[in-house]
Design a protein around this ligand. Sequence first.
Ligand SMILES: Cc1cc2nc3c(=O)[nH]c(=O)nc-3n(C[C@H](O)[C@H](O)[C@H](O)COP(=O)(O)OP(=O)(O)OC[C@H]3O[C@@H](n4cnc5c(N)ncnc54)[C@H](O)[C@@H]3O)c2cc1C
Length: 360
Amino acid sequence: MRRPPLILGGGPAGSAAAITLAAGAAGGARPVVIERTSTPGDAICGGFLSWRTLEALARLGVEADALNHARVTRLRLFTRTRMLETSLPAPGIGVSRARLDALLLDRAARSGAGIERGVTIREITDGAARTADGATLSADALFLASGKHDIRGSARPAAARGADPTLGLRTRRIGSAPRQVGDAIELHLFDRGYAGVVMQEDGSANICLAIHRSRLTEAGDPDRLLQALAAEVPAFGERLAGDAAPIDAIANVPYGWRARHGMDGLFRLGDQAAVIPSLAGEGMGIAIASGASAARAWLAGEAGAAWQQRFAAQTARPLMVAGAVRAMAERPGRFAALLPIAARLGVIDAVAAATRIAHR
Ligand SMILES: Cc1cc2nc3c(=O)[nH]c(=O)nc-3n(C[C@H](O)[C@H](O)[C@H](O)COP(=O)(O)OP(=O)(O)OC[C@H]3O[C@@H](n4cnc5c(N)ncnc54)[C@H](O)[C@@H]3O)c2cc1C
């Protein structure tokens, strides 16, 4: 009998793997999730879940209404001078990561997975994971789901970050912002970056930015950066009204990176498998698709390397399309005039469809 698989990280990718592995374990190989946080955190994320991701979550036993009763039905795009609004192909939702991650991990536990919280993996070496307190955890398969955080021995290459790396910044607003945002997912486009704004289940507006470091360097600090962006796109400034939550940040998001080759015994999931530009709102879709798919492959007797290559092929089109759209979104001065034409020609719907991952 194979030894129980170990899942390193309890975000959407790790939980999807745990639920699928536990459901297929049939008496043996009960999976164990190792999660460094002791209580559900609130990862830096735009919090938008597409219709396709909601279907995948429902198959894992997490219904959309448990996340948020409200639906996001429209996309609103802002540049300095323009606003464009269009219907989404199907409703999505906005949800805090604290809520999503807690429900998914709870579902994994109820499916039979073991959950070890407050344990940090420091290194992966010779097919085993070493914890911060020096223990070595061995398993027939490691499912690497540490997301935005790299682990020594399996880190994504620094070159993937580029010469002017992208930062993720997140804050929230309560008060006047909710009325403006309503049932839309908003994208505010700036020089060298963009912000997504969406309402969450707790009534706050989640404001999440992906922006090149050079903009932060020019502004001096995150607060002054937000002021500069508010001056650049006035509607964004209006969204910043209301009671402010602190600004959280994450450095060096390697958008566009994919694990093209695999290694037997190691399944790279979620952001450790492929990092899609966040304006596509599909990172969590990829995380869930990868977790479920890798778990099924392992249950079917696969060792990892071939699965990783297949998953990389599956992510190629969504990443390529999202990368091209991101390149234009970060130069709104040059491309903003094309937006109304793109909407009339159905290009926005086509992009929304082409950036979704297939859940097989
Ligand atoms: C600015 C920004 C906006 C985004 N907006 C959206 C959006 O609107 N919609 C969308 O679908 N996607 C969005 N994404 C992408 C999305 O956040 C990620 O793709 C998704 O979180 C990946 O899930 P994951 O499970 O791979 O990793 P994560 O969500 O990062 O989870 C990793 C888990 O592993 C744990 N962990 C990390 N290191 C260790 C360790 N050493 N030991 C043990 N545990 C560890 C962490 O605590 C965490 O719980 C956005 C990303 C950014 C940067």
